[in-house]
Design a binder for this molecule. Structure first.
Ligand code: GRF
Length: 239
């Protein structure tokens, strides 16, 4: 929205210099903005606090994108309620017969909903299902996830508890591209969180969550601006 308004303002008032400065600093943002606003499809099964952090960053003009749709496999998920409050399109799509993945019909329904919403990037924000074949192929290289540990340490469930049980002194969160492995794709960004002597799993999880709310918007914003590129397993950020 911010970019659309800005473009209209510039087209109507060519004497304004600010957009040229902006173009010089962010040429990729400029080319994306001229064509269309970058669109996110956010998938979550839970509270939706990362969705809220990203939506807030968009509203504050820190991410040049819009949320095209929010989807959930849980009808009562907070993410759907938050999306409705913000008048963002949202939909519960039943996951089908499996516990940890989508069945074939569900996979087709998710892909169809995301394509109908014309999303450029799929943002997994606490989506508790492993994505497989057809879904990954439909959006290859365009799916990101956030995980509550410094990957490759502690993939899988309750990563904060795994870190505490292992006795590490520093943990954190990781934003990564999604591939066929579990929490395994190229790492886009990481933020550290110290483990304190008096931490419980809950207190550590709260601080990791807070770090996620800083890291995820930064990474999504950089992707939306075309500021990251992938070379094998390495994700490079333009400075
Ligand atoms: C986060 O801790 C994230 O790392 C994990 O799922 C949780 C989602 O939390 N993948 P929320 O629903 O965004 O609050």
């Amino acid at each position: 929205m911010w970019f659309d308004i800005r473009l209209i303002a510039v087209r109507r008032s060519p004497e304004r210099g600010s957009y040229n400065e902006f173009e010089q600093r962010h040429p990729l943002c400029y080319s994306i903005a001229v064509n269309k606003l970058f669109r996110l499809g956010v998938l979550g099964s839970g509270k939706g606090s990362n969705f809220t952090a990203i939506a807030d960053a968009i509203d504050a003009g820190k991410i040049s994108a819009q949320v095209g749709v929010a989807l959930s496999d849980v009808e009562s998920a907070g993410i759907l309620a938050h999306a409705r409050e913000r008048e963002i399109a949202s939909q519960f799509i039943p996951p089908g017969k499996f516990r940890t993945k989508l069945d074939e019909d569900a996979e087709r329904n998710y892909v169809a909903a995301l394509q109908a919403a014309r999303v450029d990037l799929i943002v997994l924000a606490g989506f508790m299902r492993v994505l497989k074949g057809d879904f990954l192929r439909a959006f290859e290289g365009r799916i990101v996830n956030i995980h509550p540990s410094l990957l490759p340490s502690f993939p899988g469930l309750e990563a904060w508890k795994q870190a505490l049980d292992h006795g590490v002194k520093v943990t954190g969160c990781t934003v990564h591209f999604v591939d066929a492995g579990v929490d395994a794709g190229p790492i886009i960004g990481q933020q550290t969180v110290p483990v304190l002597d008096n931490d419980t799993p809950e207190s550590l999880h709260v601080r990791i969550h807070a770090a996620e709310h800083e890291l995820y918007p930064k990474c999504v914003g950089a992707i939306a601006c075309g500021e990251v590129s992938v070379q094998g397993r390495r994700v490079m950020w333009k400075s």
